[in-house]
Design a protein around this ligand. Structure first.
Ligand SMILES: [Zn+2]
Length: 244
């Protein structure tokens, strides 16, 4: 379901059912001459679209901290926005969702997620924003000392079951750690994903342009490989987004 297309009674039903409300998080970044700048965004939005009415999907956030590590800003498709500018927007959004009543809020990101344990600027901004939003929301709702109050005595037991308040907002990589799929930048893996999810955006004959090391294996991509990747991503999303 698309949040922007839902009427109030549908949103209230989604909240009552604790349906996951999912924010696709992306960047616009140069991905070689054969792929569009929205690869990381499209990978998330198109995979999430396969979940249909199993989730509520928010309008995507497309303007992450792409960085200029791969390519500079001029005419490449890379639009870099500093993570410190993203943080207050993200916290504002998460706070608004908490105030709306949602308690199963998820962000899904594909950009720079190869070292997700330590994090990279875009996902760290959303992760910190989620923590700040929960902390401030709880203190405003319950007052200072809310965690130390008697009613929280089951905190650690709840945490063990993933039922504590810090589970209300979680940021997830599109692919699980160690997934059996080539993780790369504009190489065989991402090219295959676009061939499966947005084939009209792929111009494989241009893969050699620019003489980039990271696009050398792109011609080995196929839509079938991309579909295999989509199945892996959907498998972990169904598990980690807490779908019923
Ligand atoms: Zn990418």
């Amino acid at each position: 379901m698309d949040f922007a297309r839902m009427r109030p009674h549908q949103l209230r039903a989604a909240i009552d059912a604790n349906l996951p409300v999912v924010l696709p998080i992306g960047v616009l970044e140069y991905h070689g001459a054969h792929l569009p700048s929205g690869v990381d965004l499209l990978a998330v939005t198109e995979v999430l679209s396969r979940l249909g009415d199993e989730i509520v999907t928010l309008p995507p956030f497309a303007y992450g901290a792409a960085s200029h590590a791969v390519a500079g800003p001029e005419g490449t498709g890379t639009l870099h926005i500093d993570a410190s500018a993203i943080l207050p927007m993200a916290e504002g959004l998460f706070t608004a969702l908490l105030r709306a009543g949602f308690r199963n809020i998820r962000g899904v990101i594909h950009h720079q997620t190869e070292g997700f344990d330590q994090g990279m600027p875009t996902d760290l901004a959303f992760r910190l924003a989620g923590r700040n939003a929960i902390m401030r929301f709880l203190e405003a709702e319950r007052g200072p000392g809310w965690w130390g109050a008697r009613g929280m005595a089951d905190y650690y037991a709840a945490q063990a079951q993933g039922a504590d308040p810090f589970n209300w907002i979680r940021i997830l990589p599109l692919f699980p750690k160690g997934a059996d799929f080539p993780f790369d930048h504009a190489g065989r893996g991402e090219t295959a994903l676009m061939q499966a999810l947005a084939p009209e955006t792929v111009e494989i004959a241009r893969a050699g342009e620019g003489d980039h090391w990271y696009t050398e294996d792109a011609p080995g991509a196929s839509a079938a490989l991309g579909e295999a990747g989509v199945r892996i991503a959907l498998g972990q999303l169904r598990r980690d987004v807490n779908l019923p």
